[in-house]
Design a protein around this ligand. Structure first.
Ligand SMILES: [Mn+2]
Length: 300
């Protein structure tokens, strides 16, 4: 039995990178039906594809799944550009049947007006250090790789899953304030546009809360947290996670050497902090310094 929502919003799938959880998202979409599906940016990672990324069959399968939803369920799809799929700027706005490719979207629901945008606009209005820019695009990829490797060894030693990048994000002061500023600033932008709410992605941190009277919603990502935003027929929003929605555990993939992952719950509470404390020094020196000098060069 499929769960039905009025609208589903996902973002930051980063197809073309090995960290992309395309298979899991495919399964997730199979478990749901919706009237409107909004792909809120960074679905295809054009930057990585240009450098070292590889387009894989499972990446194509995601779009096959999407087209099936359009054909079988008559789902309306809006693909909004993100900074990693900014190649879309050259073709948008474009409409092919029920598929709309555009920059952003004004969405009305239950008497409320939402501005839906990827969120990278924030990077141009702030001089704040940004955590991904801080690490650099490559640094983030490396961090995800290290995360996999680390957890492979932790699992062999019987230790629970530990999310290194979530840990770094939570501990690095500038990262915390970046996320905070991002949320505040986007809420302000929504207000300036006369909207009641803002729906974005970009920072890979799902959220559903009020900020100074503005409804702030973030759909998270499909690289790590595997989260989405769902709206029911009455206009109520919630963040849903892959593992809560009945998705199976991530499976090992021969083609990308992805290692099996534990439930995300374990990731949210790093249990042995003594072990983690040792990582801090590694994290700072290994990932942070090389890119710290020029945060504008390689934006997330
Ligand atoms: Mn982005």
């Amino acid at each position: 039995m499929k769960t039905h929502y009025k609208t589903l919003i996902i973002s930051d799938l980063h197809l073309g990178t090995s960290g992309s959880k395309a298979k899991e998202l495919g399964r997730f979409l199979k478990l749901h039906t919706c009237e409107t599906l909004i792909l809120n940016g960074d679905i295809i990672d054009g930057w990585q594809l240009k450098k070292s990324g590889k387009w894989r069959r499972k990446h194509t399968r995601f779009f096959t799944r999407m087209l099936k939803m359009i054909e079988q369920d008559n789902t309306k799809v809006f693909y909004l550009r993100g900074n990693h799929d900014d190649f879309l700027d050259q073709i948008l706005p474009l409409q092919i049947g029920n598929l709309h490719i555009q920059k952003d979207l004004l969405y009305e629901s239950a008497d409320k007006k939402y501005w839906i945008t990827h969120g990278d606009i924030f990077d141009s209005v702030t001089s704040q250090f940004r955590w991904i820019a801080y690490l650099g695009d490559q640094g983030y990829t490396f961090l995800l790789w290290l995360n996999k490797w680390l957890n492979y060894h932790r699992r062999r030693r019987g230790l629970p899953y530990f999310s290194l990048s979530q840990y770094v994000k939570a501990r690095v002061k500038s990262a915390v304030s970046y996320i905070d500023d991002f949320e505040q600033e986007l809420a302000k932008m929504a207000r300036a546009k006369g909207c009641d709410g803002i729906i974005c992605g970009h920072i890979h941190k799902a959220e559903n809360r009020m900020i100074d009277g503005i409804h702030y919603l973030n759909s998270g990502d499909w690289v790590e947290t595997m989260s989405a935003l769902a709206e029911d027929e009455a206009g109520n929003w919630q963040v849903i996670y892959y593992h809560e929605a009945g998705g199976q555990k991530a499976v090992p993939e021969q083609e990308t050497e992805t290692l099996p992952e534990q439930e995300q719950e374990a990731a949210s509470k790093p249990a042995d902090t003594a072990w983690a404390a040792g990582l801090k020094t590694v994290a700072f020196s290994a990932f942070l310094s090389p890119h710290a000098s020029d945060p504008r060069k390689d934006t997330p």
